[in-house]
Design a protein around this ligand. Structure first.
Ligand code: FES
Ligand code: FES
Length: 191
């Protein structure tokens, strides 16, 4: 049965009519055309469909869109601020933490949530927080290093007073990153 649904995604309000049985993943990709969030197993096992709902990483393949109509959703498309990538997107590019890129949207939004709650997470904490996000390409080491590097850069800037301590989703101005550092999302296309 068709249902009317209002969603807040990446600070934009959407009003759509969708099949009431659709998952959040399906609504994001098929109705809102936000294809950065990827289909993986659709069984809650791979984490590639991860998005943030009220700041918490959730598996969008397991949630009915109708059940979260009042929540604030952030997807990989909302991680950067315009042309200014999130620090995590910069360090993933710098360290080669994204290869085929299929897991990267889920990894990045999960890592962004971690950075919001833990200023300088280290190896084991990062491993545990991202244990639901699987990667078949990188061996994880570069991903862990990229998250740690991004966290330390953001924490350094906060401590130096360059960022509002309450500022969420810290980005650098576009001019501060080199021309070769394409945001991770920009490499993948919309497969
Ligand atoms: S697609 Fe959702 S956990 Fe794999
Ligand atoms: S980069 Fe290919 S699955 Fe992670």
């Amino acid at each position: 049965m068709k249902e009317r649904l209002q969603l807040s995604v990446n600070d934009e309000d959407y009003d759509v009519v969708v099949d009431g049985s659709k998952t959040l993943l399906e609504v994001l990709r098929e109705d809102l055309r936000l294809t950065g969030t990827k289909h993986g197993c659709e069984l809650g096992e791979c984490g590639t469909c991860t998005v943030l709902v009220d700041g918490e990483p959730v598996l969008s393949c397991l949630l009915l869109a109708l059940d979260i109509a009042d929540a604030s959703i952030r997807t990989i498309e909302g991680l950067a601020a315009g042309s200014a990538p999130h620090e995590l997107q910069i360090t993933f590019g710098e360290l080669g933490a994204s290869q085929c890129g299929y897991c990267s949207p889920g990894m990045l939004v999960s890592a962004a949530a971690l950075l919001e709650r833990s200023p300088r997470p280290e190896g084991q904490e990062i491993r545990e927080f991202l244990s639901g996000n699987l990667c078949r390409c990188t061996g994880y080491l570069k991903i862990l290093e990229a998250i740690e590097l991004a966290a330390n850069r953001v924490a350094d800037r906060r401590e130096a007073g360059e960022l509002d301590p309450e500022h969420r989703m810290p980005q650098r101005p576009a001019a501060e990153h080199g021309p070769d550092l394409v945001p991770v999302e920009g490499k993948r296309g919309s497969a």
